[in-house]
Design a protein. Structure first.
Length: 655
């Protein structure tokens, strides 16, 4: 009996331990957010954004990269660098991490947008780009020809009084073909001699409705041969809608493709480089980009007024953009892609671990209720003092500290340990003793997961130079140039060796899906996360409950059950015997058919039920805990009270 009682005490302790884990695990899993798990990757994204801001300031100083709404009215025109790199917007890899997006343009390539100027965001981008190029270039060094078929609210209506630099836009198919003719003559004048000093920029805000396939093909040919002849394009609405086979066009060669989404945009690979963390393109900058808005109207008018007047100050000597800064900018973009793909992998793993822990919590709650009923039954059969199955508050605190790792060394990927919940009131604990569920807290989410930038990816390549702005190789083959991209490691970020391609959302290219695979091993396995520790603790507690039930089902418990059966049988037999003895005088009195005798026979038939009820109540009063009262055995034994009635009836029949 002592051994059985010891097993019961151990089972009760295991029950309280499991109940404490359940009470602590509920609010922990409720408040846990998988998006906060990759804290190391978030910190690295902040560092990369800081490096990208520094490199962007070196590549596009002054008018080329500043926020136009913050430009002082006294800012002089021109700048220390030629407009090789220009800002198109601001990237937001995280809600609190931002950096300017710089793309190569003059002496390097083109810019293409998959929506035209009928989208207000595209119209604002085109106006800001034209203003940056006009304000940063010496007068006469850039000539702009615009094509704008928008009737209501022309895109470049603010740029007036500078017809020598930027005449009125072409608005119909005849004007479009005139601009294309001028571009072809521009490239033809180059010939085999030195490149002309000025640069011709064709800005397509929107194409006329009657644009034919041969006109689109001429635009693609100008884009292919343009960088070598100082002709560049900013083409909005490219690729055009594939209405017919003739109007179906490939992405613009040598161009940085911008894909408009809502509310952000994706910026594709620049010419001759890639932002892919694997070094394999085509890809795009792995951060949502918000395009530059409209510049202030007064700023546009002031720049146009200065350009239309006489240029009094001699042009300041300009230098060259830093090749190292561009390589570091591209390298940081590649590392940003790898880090953000790691974030997706870590968050997905933690979501899986959280779901598994929640399922384990639901399962062990049901198992704990079954264990409580079984333990109570066994303890009632064994008798003794009552068991305490509800965990104390210190036990819940200890379980909370074990699950959250409080008091352990802080892991940078795990974040700060969660504080234990405040003590609950008795009214909130309920009958099960479970801690009430808390409210979900918000954490810093990933601003936007990686997505393919385009349904048809841009074709990169172009001038095979390590640095945009150097002359292209003469006699380059016609048509889009494709090929591999070198992985460029920035100076401020150590190069990372990948054993395989980075996983994530694949980017479809002409040759199939590229840039997919497994991510490099993480520093911390998922079982070391909070959901992993909770799931492990709950599964170990479930195994402990199973072992305790097996111990309670040992032969010692069977012996205790047998003793309880014999005790119950004795109680029922005693009341049945008493009922039988009480019947004898009543049955003898019924022979004379007196009034008392007439009442004796019905009372004799009711006494067995009375004896069963008294036995039931007596067994329940003998123990303080719920126990088995063996009702079937009690009913059989209580029927012995009918023996005097049966004997009396038999005697009457035979006499």
């Amino acid at each position: 009996m002592a051994r059985l009682r010891a097993r019961i005490e151990r089972a009760a302790a295991q029950h309280r331990h499991t109940a404490a884990l359940i009470a602590a695990a509920g609010p922990i899993l409720e408040k846990y957010s998988p998006n906060a798990a990759p804290s190391e990757q978030y910190a690295e994204q902040h560092d990369l954004a800081a490096g990208l801001r520094a490199n962007a300031a070196m590549l596009a100083p002054g008018w080329l990269g500043a926020q136009l709404d913050a430009m002082a009215p006294t800012t002089p025109l021109g700048g220390p660098l030629p407009p090789t790199f220009v800002r198109v917007g601001q990237a937001h890899p995280l809600d609190d991490a931002r950096f300017p997006v710089i793309v190569p343009l003059l002496r390097a390539g083109h810019i293409a947008v998959d929506a035209d100027a009928r989208d207000p965001r595209v119209a604002g981008l085109l106006r800001s780009l034209v203003l940056r190029l006009l304000a940063s270039s010496p007068p006469g060094s850039v000539r702009i020809r615009a094509i704008d078929a928008v009737v209501d609210g022309p895109t470049f209506g603010w740029f007036t009084g500078i017809d020598a630099i930027m005449p009125a836009p072409a608005t119909d198919i005849a004007g479009l073909r005139g601009v294309l003719d001028e571009g072809e003559r521009w490239l033809a004048t180059r010939g085999d001699g030195p490149a002309p000093t000025p640069t011709l920029l064709l800005v397509i805000a929107s194409l006329p409705e009657l644009t034919e396939g041969r006109d689109l093909a001429r635009i693609a040919q100008l884009a292919h041969a343009g960088p070598a002849g100082r002709l560049h394009l900013i083409a909005a609405g490219w690729p055009p809608p594939p209405l017919t086979q003739e109007t179906t066009q490939a992405p613009l060669p040598h161009a940085t493709q911008i894909a408009i989404r809502n509310p952000h945009a994706w910026v594709g690979d620049p010419p001759g480089a890639t932002f892919s963390g694997t070094g394999t393109g085509p890809s795009r900058l792995n951060a949502p980009v918000y395009l530059d808005p409209d510049p202030p109207v007064e700023l546009v008018r002031r720049v146009c007024a200065q350009l239309s007047g006489p240029w009094t100050a001699p042009p300041a000597p300009v230098g060259e953009a830093s090749r190292t800064a561009w390589l570091e900018y591209v390298g940081a973009g590649q590392r940003l892609d790898a880090v953000r793909r790691e974030v997706i992998a870590v968050v997905a793993e933690h979501k899986t671990a959280l779901k598994a822990a929640q399922q384990d919590l639901t399962a062990i709650r049901a198992k704990l209720a079954h264990h409580e009923a079984y333990l109570t039954e066994v303890a009632g059969e064994a008798g003794g003092r009552p068991l305490e199955l509800r965990p104390a508050w210190p036990e819940i605190q200890a379980a909370h500290a074990a699950l959250t790792g409080a008091g352990q060394p802080l892991d940078p990927r795990r974040g700060a340990p969660m504080a234990p919940p405040p003590p609950p009131s008795p009214a909130l604990m309920g009958a099960s003793g479970a801690w009430p569920q808390g409210q979900r807290i918000l954490t810093t989410p990933v601003s936007a997961p990686p997505r393919p930038p385009l349904s048809v990816p841009p074709v990169s390549g172009g001038p095979a130079s390590a640095m945009p702005g150097t002359p292209a190789v003469a006699g380059a083959p016609r048509g889009p140039v494709t090929g591999g991209y070198p992985v460029v490691a920035p100076r401020s970020v150590p190069p990372t060796q990948h054993t395989g391609p980075i996983s994530g959302v694949p980017v479809s290219g002409p040759g199939g899906i590229v840039g997919t695979g497994v991510v490099r091993p993480l520093n911390m396995p998922v079982p070391e996360s909070i959901p992993g520790r909770v799931a492990t603790a709950l599964r170990m507690a479930a195994a402990g409950l199973k072992r305790s039930e097996a111990e309670l089902a040992a032969p010692g418990r069977q012996a205790a059950s047998n003793r309880r059966v014999w005790v119950n049988a004795g109680v029922y037999f005693a009341f049945a015997l008493l009922a039988a003895i009480v019947q004898i005088p009543a049955l003898l009195a019924s022979e004379r058919l007196t009034g008392a005798g007439l009442l004796a026979l019905p009372c004799a038939l009711v006494l067995p039920a009375v004896s069963f009820g008294l036995g039931w109540l007596t067994i329940g009063a003998m123990t303080r805990q719920t126990t088995s009262r063996t009702p079937a055995l009690g009913m059989v034994i209580s029927l012995l009270a009918l023996v005097p009635v049966l004997v009396f009836g038999g005697v009457i029949l035979f006499l």
